[in-house]
Write a protein that binds this ligand. Sequence first.
Ligand SMILES: O=C(O)CCC(=O)C(=O)O
Ligand SMILES: [Fe+2]
Length: 271
Amino acid sequence: MSLPTDYPRFTLGLALSAEQRAFFAKHGFLHFRGFAAPEHVQRILRATQQVQAKWLAEGVEKVNGVPIKYGHDVDGARIVQRFAFASQHHEGLHELLQDPRFRALFPLLEAEDGRVGENEKDGLVVNHYVNVDGSEFSQMGWHTDSLRDVFYGKRIGPMLNVGLHLDCNQATNGGLRVIPGTHRQSLHKMLFRKKYYKDVSDDPDEIAIETEAGDLTVHDGRMWHRVARSPLTGEASRRRVMYVPIIAGKYQPKSEASPTPFYLRFLHLVK
Ligand SMILES: O=C(O)CCC(=O)C(=O)O
Ligand SMILES: [Fe+2]
């Protein structure tokens, strides 16, 4: 089946256009080309490798209560496959989150205020997918990011998940799939449309997000999405993307003393 990939790509400036706001209201996501220039992408990748080297050397298991997922690269080297709070561990990544263009996204929250959640939820997450023999991090089943609020017994707060894509990724290499419009569903549908994380099957209404390195995406926390496994193996399957939440409401920073969130007990289902 060929997936539609012909939705519009926009450019992110210091304010959203009426067209961009309307697209997000209807579909629940936006895709911007060229947020980071190629040399900036390389600097960001080097920064994640520096954090990785430090965490490997120190045997870091959790950051602020969030488990760090390790795996192996094509050459057998141990790597970090899911980082959390990465910007707290690298000045260059912290600086990246100060980019004024993030503020342009705040109105999409439809809340009074807005902020980049550098110290909240899982902070700046980096996902590094690569298919090798015995991979345990090559896809992620269907989910919404807002379910996490439900686990905490909270009202679902406004939340956007912003992704900075660090590799060029065609739909034929798996990657992000979203079901447009599901950000406007009932709570019942948000909870029960699919089996959280276990369901890894195609959906007739899904679309594939095809990226160039340096593209930025934003999706509503209530929207259903997944990461499809790459049918490729080795170097060709590599996909790196970083996420940071944009949130509103009470400031709830995490610290070293923070407990492991219940929803991360799903992490073992990510394979
Ligand atoms: O890797 C991606 O593009 C999406 C990851 C994701 O949905 C998540 O970490 O919640
Ligand atoms: Fe997600």
